[in-house]
Structures are given as structure tokens and as C-alpha cells.
Design a protein around this ligand. Structure first.
Ligand code: G1P
Ligand code: ZN
Length: 553
């Protein structure tokens, strides 16, 4: 076995987006494409000096590696192992079969004090040969790399001329145990064990076991993605939920054709089961890499923003949070439902740009315990990623501890705090130039919007959201156009950073309703005037020729 030096070159667009580098599988399969990015990552981790020479900071350290099992996962694992061995990595902790959910990677990095980890996933994007693939680096805190590091990696991808790779043969990634690639040790580990231990430390497993013994029913749709093995081991294995509680529970390379995005549109089968006469008590779904969650009661869908607010309100019922919360954080487009709870409880509430990486500093600094996004992501300080199964166990525990149904918990919440009606409208695969022009025009119109009235509402804030990180002082500008009204309503426009085809415009709509009698409307109806206003301000339908959003959740 020997280290080979192979020529490479700059590829266009190897700049990581909201959550890592995400591209079509066909793009990733180009010769040297993955190698170029991974070599750039290793160079940056090793340290690149001003004269271009590469240091050895990574040498002698351990990396965690695993992915969501989608098409190209297994091949990518073998490639990365050969590069790691040639770039000084001492040891890799590899999930068996190349499998590790995103929250599990975070748990393993933290639990075993690894240098960092590589997650192979395109999250909720479709998989298979025509689908998407992705790669993301997480640092030693278990969380997504910060912008300084991802920018440095991108810069490095553009100047690289050589890749260092071992010519060692592929290893067996399916059998637990230890083997070598060159001088590097590879430990093939159980993907679930470390993660399950963290869950045991947070939740009252005895109480949860008791719920299932008494006949509590639940349906978890793992959408043929990586959450299946975790949900089966914990819910059916440890907690005694009946076999079949977890459906679509084996990871498939193409997710069985499903779009593993847990929202009412893509998890339609789960919705149908939860709306049926014989619906179980509780329903939930996770996405491709098991960091997202959707939770439902019988005939009742919980909006992710409400989920974060309820978790905050009831956190003390969960053993892991019984001492209370340090604070909470939400991404800017997420509804302000949690703000009301935080205010009532005297908790600090932070508003960050979209993307989990912004929560990391707040969690590390001990400023917040819970965080969440409108995009079906919720999590806590137990790892540095959002965590689908954790959220499901949290909601299961809330039902067990209160003896109440999902619907009754949410309705009680609205009675106490009012309801933040919420919806996100996505216009997908629009031409990049059209999307950019729309945002540029909106940005230009902002000063004139200030103070204007629309019907009974007056604009109090019209800006492009900028965030100064309270921990390290770094500034992230242009994070989304916000139009906020005096009654708490908000219309927000931003372009997706995770799409892989053209541009995706997201329009976030929120309307606060304190009046209990007004709280029983369908969200789209309660938001209809804001939907019209968003069209008036942006002209998205005229500009794109799309009569309606691709997805409205
Ligand atoms: C989307 C979500 C965002 C989430 C990210 C990764 O990013 O909107 O909340 O953090 O996926 O799961 P976007 O495509 O909007 O940039
Ligand atoms: Zn995900």
C-alpha cells in the first residue's frame, strides 16, 4: 500500500451552503469531485500557511464518519477513508454500513472527544442516482463548521492541484470491529449505541415503557431513511412499542422513491393514517438524515414553530431539563410563538439566521438549551445538531407526563399564549436570475415600506436581516427580507441555501391571533391577506409564471 499523489483542479460551485456541500449525485460522481473537496477540507484542518504549505494539526487525531445511507454513501465512505489515511488521520470511527444519522454523528464526536466528523447526507433532498448527495464537516463541539472554516475550504478547493490518497483496497464497512487503512485505524461502530445512551440520560425510559405497556399507540414514519434503525432500536427495542410502530424503517439508497422531508406534503401517508378513524395516539416522521421531525396528534398537525414553543413551556417535565432552561433560540423566519413563552418565563430568546450552525455558539456558551427552526428542526444542548428522534421522545414524554393528547396540549397553549398562524410558501427551481432580481427589487423597496400601512396594519420594520453573533461578534448580513407589522404579523422573503436546482424562493407568513374564537381557522385562510400582500410586494407569480407555490407547509 502506498500514498498516491493525484492531480486535481478547481470545480465550480464547491461552496458549502446552509448545511454543507449539496449537489446532484451526478455532479459528485465526476472524477476527483469528492476528492477535491475532501482534500481541501483536510488541508484546511491541517492548517494552510500563507506560503501554501500544509501543516499537521489533524495528525494523530480521530474523525467520525457516517451518512444517511443514500446512493453513493458507501462509495464516498471508501474514498474518504483512503484520503484520511493519506492526510495524517490516526483513527476513524465509522458507523456500521457507513450509517450514522446527523444527530448521531454529533453525539459520537462529543461523547468520544473526536477532532470532528464528516456527515454524508443531503438531508431531506431526494436520493438515488438522479437525486442529491451531500457532505458536511462538523467540528469538535459536534456542530456544523462555522462560516470561516467553510469559506476557507471553498477557497482551498479553488487552488488545489493535488490530492493525497492511499491505494489501499476497500475495507469491509459492514462488520463491527477494527481494521487498518495504511497506518490509520478504522473502528466500525454500532451507529445507534452512543446516541441511545444520550437519549437514556435525558428521558425517563421507565415512564415511556409504562406508556406502551398501557397500550399507548404510535406511528413513526422513518421514510426509508436513516432514522429507522434508531427509532426501531429505541422505541420498539428498549421502550417496548409494538413491532410495526416504526414504518419504512430500513434505510434505502433511494428512500424507496419517497421524498424524505417530514412535512404534511411529503409525509402524506402518515397524515392519512393520523386523520383516519383508527389513528394512533401519536404520529411522527423524520427526514433523510433524521435531524428533522414532524409530530402529529390524532387528526392534528403540530406546526414546528408551535412545537418549539410548547417544548419550552413544558421542558421541566423532562428529566434532562428539570432544572429549567438557560435560554432559547429560533431562526429568524420561525414564528415568534416561542418568544411569548420565553417572555412569560423570563428566559432569554435569541433570533438567529437560518441554519443550525448559528445555534452552536449560543449552545457552547451556555446561553440557550433549546433551539428550533420552522423547517421541522428542533434540538437542544445534548448535541449540536437538530434531532428528529429526540423531538419525538420529547413529545412522547410530554404526553406521558401530563396524560394529555397532542391536540389538547397545543390548544391549551394557544389559549394561554395566543396562536401564531404560520405558513411557508416555497417557489422551487426558479431561474436564478429571476430570483436574484426579485430579492434585489424587494431590497430596494424597503426604505419606502417603512411606516406604510396596508389595511389595518402598519409596517414597523422593513429590513434585510443582519445578525451579530453575541458570542464571537461575527456579522452575517443579508439573511432575509423582513417586513414586520405593528400587530405582530410578518412577511419574510429569502432564497434557499440548500436547493440544487435553480433557486428556491421561500416566503414565510405569520399572523398572531390572541382571540381564542379566531384560533380555529385553517392557516392558509387565516393568512390569506398576508399571502396577497406578499404577492403585491414581490410579484413572484408574475415574475416566475407560477400560479402557486410548489409547496406550502
Ligand atoms: C433549509 C431550511 C433551514 C435548515 C436547512 C438545513 O435551508 O430552511 O431552516 O436549517 O434547510 O436543514 P434553506 O434551504 O432554507 O437554506
Ligand atoms: Zn436533515
Amino acid at each position: 500500500m502506498a500514498i498516491q499523489i493525484l492531480p486535481t483542479h478547481a470545480f465550480s460551485g464547491q461552496r458549502p451552503g446552509t448545511s454543507g456541500l449539496r449537489k446532484k449525485v451526478t455532479v459528485f460522481m465526476q472524477p476527483m469531485y469528492l476528492e477535491n473537496f475532501v482534500q481541501a477540507l483536510f488541508d484546511v484542518l491541517n492548517g494552510v500557511a500563507a506560503d501554501g504549505s500544509v501543516g499537521t494539526a489533524l495528525h494523530g487525531h480521530t474523525l467520525v464518519l457516517g451518512g444517511d445511507g443514500r446512493f453513493y454513501n458507501r462509495q464516498a465512505v471508501q474514498t474518504i477513508l483512503k484520503l484520511a489515511a493519506a492526510n495524517g488521520v490516526q483513527r476513524v470511527l465509522l458507523g456500521q454500513g457507513g450509517i450514522l444519522s446527523t444527530p448521531a454523528v454529533s453525539a459520537v464526536i462529543r461523547g468520544r472527544q473526536a477532532f470532528g466528523g464528516i456527515v454524508l447526507s443531503a438531508s431531506h433532498n431526494p436520493g438515488g442516482p438522479d437525486g442529491d448527495f451531500g457532505i458536511k464537516y462538523n467540528a469538535s463541539n459536534g456542530g456544523p463548521a462555522n462560516e470561516t472554516l467553510t469559506e476557507a475550504v471553498y477557497a482551498r478547493t479553488q487552488v488545489l492541484t493535488q490530492v493525497r490518497r492511499s491505494d489501499a483496497p476497500d475495507i469491509n464497512i459492514d462488520t463491527l470491529g477494527t481494521c487498518q487503512v495504511e497506518q490509520m485505524q478504522v473502528d466500525v461502530i454500532d451507529p445507534v449505541a452512543d446516541y441511545a445512551a444520550v437519549m437514556r440520560s435525558l428521558f425517563d425510559f421507565e415512564m415511556l415503557r409504562g406508556m406502551f405497556q398501557k397500550g399507548f399507540t404510535m406511528r413513526v414514519d422513518a421514510m426509508n431513511a436513516v432514522g429507522g434503525p434508531y427509532a426501531k432500536a429505541i422505541l420498539e427495542g428498549e421502550l417496548g412499542a409494538p413491532a410495526g410502530t416504526v414504518v419504512n424503517g430500513s434505510p434505502l439508497e433511494d428512500f424507496g422513491g419517497l421524498h424524505p422531508d417530514p412535512n404534511p406534503v411529503n409525509a402524506e401517508d402518515l397524515i392519512n393514517h393520523m386523520m383516519a378513524a383508527d389513528a394512533p395516539d401519536f404520529g411522527a416522521a423524520m427526514d433523510g438524515d433524521a435531524d428533522r421531525n414532524m409530530v402529529l396528534g390524532r387528526k392534528f398537525v403540530v406546526s414546528p414553530s408551535d412545537s418549539l414553543a410548547l417544548m419550552t413551556a413544558h421542558a421541566r417535565l423532562i428529566p434532562g431539563y428539570k432544572e429549567g432552561l438557560l435560554g432559547v433560540a429560533r431562526s429568524m423566519p420561525t414564528s415568534a410563538a416561542v418568544d411569548r413563552v420565553a417572555k412569560a418565563m423570563g428566559l432569554d430568546c435569541y433570533e438567529t439566521p437560518t441554519g443550525w450552525k448559528f445555534f452552536g455558539n449560543l449552545l457552547d456558551a451556555g446561553r440557550v438549551t433549546l433551539c428550533g427552526e420552522e423547517s421541522y428542526g428542533t434540538g437542544s444542548s445534548h448535541v449540536r445538531e437538530k434531532d428528529g428522534l429526540w423531538a419525538i421522545l420529547f413529545w412522547l414524554s410530554l404526553q406521558g407526563a401530563t396524560g394529555r393528547s397532542v391536540e389538547s396540549l397545543v390548544r391549551e397553549h394557544w389559549r394561554t399564549y395566543g396562536r401564531n398562524y404560520y405558513s411557508r410558501h416555497d417557489y422551487e427551481a426558479i431561474q436564478t436570475a429571476v430570483a436574484d432580481a426579485l430579492i434585489t427589487d424587494l431590497r430596494a423597496a424597503l426604505p419606502a415600506l417603512q411606516g406604510q400601512t396596508f389595511g389595518k396594519r402598519a409596517v414597523t420594520v422593513a429590513d434585510d436581516f443582519a445578525y451579530t453573533d453575541p458570542v464571537d461578534g461575527s456579522v452575517s448580513a443579508r439573511q432575509g427580507i423582513r417586513i414586520i407589522f405593528d400587530d405582530g404579523a410578518r412577511v419574510i422573503f429569502r432564497l434557499s441555501g440548500t436547493g440544487t436546482e435553480g433557486a428556491t424562493l421561500r416566503i414565510y407568513l405569520e399572523n398572531y391571533e390572541a382571540d381564542v374564537l379566531q384560533q380555529d381557522r385553517a392557516a392558509q385562510e387565516a393568512l390569506s391577506d398576508l399571502i396577497a400582500l406578499a404577492e403585491q410586494l414581490s410579484g413572484v407569480r408574475g415574475r416566475t409564471g407560477m400560479a402557486r407555490p410548489t409547496v406550502a407547509t
